[in-house]
Design a protein around this ligand. Sequence first.
Ligand SMILES: O=C(O)c1ccccc1N[C@@H]1O[C@H](COP(=O)(O)O)[C@@H](O)[C@H]1O
Length: 207
Amino acid sequence: MRTRVKICGITREEDAQAAVRYGSDAIGLVFYPSSPRYVAAAPAARIAAALPPFVSSVGLFVDATPGEVEAILAQVHLDILQFHGSETAEECRRYGMPYMKAVRVRHDTNLLQYAAQYHDARALLLDAYLPGMAGGTGIVFDWGLIPEQFPLPIVLAGGLNPDNVADAIRQVHPYAVDVSGGVEQAKGIKDAAKVAAFMQGVQNAAL
Ligand SMILES: O=C(O)c1ccccc1N[C@@H]1O[C@H](COP(=O)(O)O)[C@@H](O)[C@H]1O
């Protein structure tokens, strides 16, 4: 099965269209005001509405209040929610929508315990741990910390780029890869050539 791709941190319609053009399966919209990739509801709604069929819109939240999430859901079409903070499973479930839970991996992280806790998540998204940062760090974590047998689909994130994504896929065999900084020209602004190279890297993993 082909490894799925999510390009995260989209703030402009042209970047979403470039992601789609080069074959991305999903785009991520960051509703975390502290992020340099934050996108407000109105432009996010336009970006999501312009996606073609079968390309998913993912809404990324970091410890948002229910009211904040509901306000976005009322304005933006989202296919799946990505919780990237310290949300409990109950908090992730409360919207009745498919969700992914991000786990920031360090040497002592018990990933199987997370998989049990978030057993109804569509996937666990594994990202690098960096104190003081919720995500989007551009840092690669030790993929050897991921158990070979895992009960949930894995979305691999953290410092992926056109040069390392094929190795990442060959080593981890994730359901999907997720990239933000590795395909940017500036924070929140994607580089179409890097997006194309990233997608080529994903294809190369299968060769
Ligand atoms: O992109 C952000 O600014 C961000 C902020 C807070 C939480 C998550 C964020 N992004 C997610 O981080 C990972 C890895 O990003 P990168 O490729 O290392 O830049 C990815 O899942 C983004 O969705």
